[in-house]
Design a protein around this ligand. Structure first.
Ligand code: ACO
Length: 311
């Protein structure tokens, strides 16, 4: 039996009226949002690491300037998302502490290494491309602050994907060796990108409830299919080999058939045992500790100002 409050809440959700921070909401709705938005924020911030690694080694000044701008954008996305989560009654410091203690997750994809410049193009094209598919849907999520953050993030993310495809195309159309690197990056990145959408709908723990609350507006499998359908023609356009022999156009359902990633690998990665999990956490914790003096300085300054006002 639903209480009056619950019924009123679900009516709003069903009629696409946004839920705002001061509105009544079920405790589990709040908890689920904090988990998802918090993880999303952490992903943006941790996601800076694999690319930041290449800023000093970008092949031209122009590529360096673009990569620098993109990595800074990701930090901004993290901040909008932490702010959206804070409207639910959790602080950014608390979320960061949970991340550092291994009690909150971030996207599996950032636990894979970026070995060379082709990988950086592939991250922009394939990883940010996957992020957009997911985030375009989330612009219609039921929680107002999250939906609004997504609108701006999607605009910037589109630029990221374009720059990635542009950089990757240069490699794919370059020398024989560059072409080989591009193909290798595509082959390595493909299945980890499919994992970004989460486990199959049958295995998804939160999927059904999150769809009923419209926290998610499309399921993991729907978004994964949409991503595959939009990406295969881009691969073909580059003249590269498709990364999975199972990819085939299916006339009947008008979608591409494709092979699923190795789910055992996925669950290993989200448990902390991917190729770069330990490096990523070590770098984030070190960055947090290195910034302590800035936070201390800001606090000391704020206290001084407050004391001056009283005097
Ligand atoms: N990486 C890490 N963990 C994942 C991933 C992934 N790719 N996919 C699913 N999981 C985790 C879930 O968090 C959940 O674990 P938890 O209960 O400990 O939190 C578990 O696997 C089961 O998955 P679901 O029940 O399907 O989880 P959910 O309903 O949250 O769906 C999804 C997962 C699709 C990732 C959803 O949370 C979402 O849309 N998040 C927002 C998008 C996002 O985080 N993007 C970041 C990557 S892109 C970027 O930022 C550049």
């Amino acid at each position: 039996e639903m209480s009056d409050e619950e019924r009123e809440f679900q009516d709003k959700v069903d009629n696409d009226i946004k839920i705002e921070p001061r509105d009544w909401m079920p405790e589990d709705y709040r908890r689920t949002l904090i988990r998802q938005i918090g993880q999303h924020a952490h992903s943006e911030v941790v996601g800076q690491l694999p690319e930041g690694n290449w800023i000093t080694r970008a092949p031209t000044l122009e590529r360096k300037a673009i990569l620098l701008a993109k990595v800074q954008d990701e930090a901004g996305h993290g901040l909008y998302l932490y702010s959206a989560a804070e409207t639910l009654g959790v602080s950014r410091d608390e979320m960061i502490e949970l991340l550092h203690e291994g009690k909150m997750k971030y996207s599996s994809i950032f636990n894979y290494p970026t070995l060379n410049w082709a990988d950086i193009g592939a991250v922009g094209w394939l990883v940010d491309g996957a992020a957009i598919v997911n985030q375009v849907a989330l612009q219609r999520t039921s929680y107002g602050p999250y939906a609004r953050a997504m609108v701006r993030i999607c605009k910037e993310e589109s630029f990221h994907a374009r720059q990635g495809y542009d950089a990757f195309m240069k490699m794919a159309q370059g020398s024989k060796e560059q072409r080989r690197m591009a193909q290798d990056a595509l082959n390595r990145m493909w299945f980890p990108c499919l994992m970004m959408f989460g486990p199959s709908d049958a295995e998804s723990v939160h999927g059904e409830q999150s769809m009923a609350w419209k926290i998610k507006v499309k399921s993991n499998d729907e978004l994964r299919q949409q991503y595959v359908d939009q990406t295969i023609p881009q691969i073909d356009y580059l003249g590269l080999d498709r990364p999975d022999p199972g990819i085939e156009w299916n006339e009947e359902c008008e979608h591409y058939d494709f092979s699923m990633p190795d789910w055992k690998e996925f669950f290993d990665v989200i448990k902390g045992n991917g190729p770069c999990n330990r490096d990523r956490m070590r770098d984030r914790v070190a960055a947090w500790e290195d910034g302590q003096w800035v936070r201390d300085g800001l606090l000391a300054h704020a206290r001084k100002r407050a004391a001056q006002k009283v005097a």
